[in-house]
Design a protein around this ligand. Structure first.
Ligand SMILES: Cc1ncc(COP(=O)(O)O)c(C=O)c1O
Length: 412
């Protein structure tokens, strides 16, 4: 059973109580973006209304704004297990930061060097590396995923790694299949080949406790709008790597970490919201504090989410013509996040998503930028899958309503 106080949690998210023409909203669009607790909106609003200023001045509002910016980096360092806030780079989105960092890393790449990308990643962790490889004359190697285990198998790396490999870009959890990779095992092989590991944790971060020290990767990216926060992207990297890396910045901007990678005025109000987001997650793990609270929060949330996943998958499997693209064996649910994608023999994903939307049930259809998964599975690229993605604030009743709706929509 859940260790989560579900009613108290839901009460903190004003959006969960909204209705449209009397119909409650069922948010199952979480992999594309989650709802935010009141305290996050309050922090953004406080910053805009009471401490709005640029950074670096002698006056109260500027000092407060600077403190808000620093505090967000400290909060993210706690969230990810970074050694310090100097290792946290924050920007508008994961994709934007990855393009920027790939450009910096590209300055160390020579013609003939090799870059590895996977068939399992969101394009935000593929296209930046393809562009950089093209700019630098590097060779791209593609790492497949196993369509029976739904994971990237560590031994598959042996076919693509060589002494020329410089960077491997891979994901922690898939935004389409929901499967979780054994990142630590993959990183071990990547490092043995002398390459750097750039990990996309965007879809893992809302569901699991992240410890960059245990993963031992070199870069890890996530996006706070996927974990109950504002629209920001965050990249952690080892201090030594960041300090050695060239940063594209204006001349007067500081060369200090992490600011050299955040040239220009930051989204200060969103940074205030980010600190409140981490505060919310820590509150779920009370009476523990800091990293212990985060660990407890995710232990409870993931156990609860696994129950919802079991209910959803069992329901989907009871509907004729449904094929789930991902892990369905309950014994392996620790290897997946609660994102469940499926196709149907007769109805197109877009039509199913539309029919659910008419019932105020919010889901996504399409390839969801996991273009390479759609290709690997020979899916119609424009239609992809129906994706139902849960968060810890969803309820068993919402899943039951969704299954009933699908049963009706998909009835022959
Ligand atoms: C796995 C994964 N990686 C990267 C991204 C891109 O993140 P952002 O929107 O912050 O650029 C997403 C967004 O859906 C995602 O699901």
């Amino acid at each position: 059973m859940s260790g989560l106080p579900l009613d108290a949690i839901r009460a903190q998210f004003p959006a969960l109580a909204l209705t449209d023409a009397g119909a409650p909203r069922i948010y199952l669009d979480n992999p594309a973006g989650t709802q935010v607790p009141q305290r996050v909106a309050d922090a953004v609003s406080h910053c805009l209304l009471k401490t709005n200023a640029n950074l670096g001045g002698y006056f109260t509002t500027s000092i407060a704004a600077e403190e808000a910016a620093i505090e967000a980096h400290r909060a993210m360092a706690r969230f990810l297990g970074a050694s310090s806030e100097r290792e946290i780079v924050i920007g508008p989105s994961m994709t934007n930061l990855t393009f920027a960092l790939s450009r910096s890393l590209g300055r160390t790449i020579n013609p003939g060097d090799e870059i590895v990308v996977t068939r399992m990643d969101h394009d935000g962790n593929i296209s930046p590396w393809l562009a950089m490889a093209e700019d630098r004359g590097a060779t791209v190697r593609w790492l497949p995923f196993d369509t029976t285990t739904w994971n990237i198998e560590p031994k598959a790396l042996d076919n693509v790694l060589s002494n020329k490999t410089r960077i491997v870009a891979l994901n922690y959890a898939s935004n389409l299949t929901g499967s979780i990779n054994d990142v630590a095992a993959l990183v071990e092989r990547i490092h043995a080949a002398g390459a750097l590991a750039y990990v996309d944790a965007v879809q893992f971060a809302p569901h699991g406790f992240i410890d960059v020290q245990t993963l031992n990767c070199d870069f890890l990216a996530c996006s706070s709008y996927k974990f109950f926060g504002p629209h920001l992207g965050i990249v952690w990297a080892r201090e030594q790597i960041l300090s050695d890396l060239y940063a594209y910045k204006v001349r007067p901007a500081t060369a200090d970490l992490p600011w050299k990678f955040e040239t220009g005025t930051p989204q200060i109000e969103l940074l205030a919201g980010l600190t409140a987001t981490i505060g919310y997650l820590e509150s779920l793990g009370a009476p523990h504090t800091g990293r212990d609270a985060l660990r407890a929060a995710f232990d409870n949330a993931s156990a609860y989410e696994r129950n919802l996943t079991a209910q959803l998958i069992e329901g989907l499997q009871s509907i004729q013509g449904v094929t789930i693209a991902g892990i369905t064996d309950p014994a392996k649910f620790e290897s997946r996040v609660p994102t469940v994608s499926f196709t149907h023999t007769k109805r197109q994903p877009s039509k199913i998503a539309e029919a659910l939307a008419r019932r105020n049930i919010f889901v996504w259809s399409g390839h969801n930028y996991a273009l390479e998964i759609a290709r690997t599975l020979n899916l119609d690229e424009s239609e992809g899958v129906v994706r139902i993605g849960m968060a810890h604030y969803n309820t068993s009743a919402e899943i039951a309503i969704t299954i009933d709706a699908l049963r009706e929509i998909l009835a022959a």
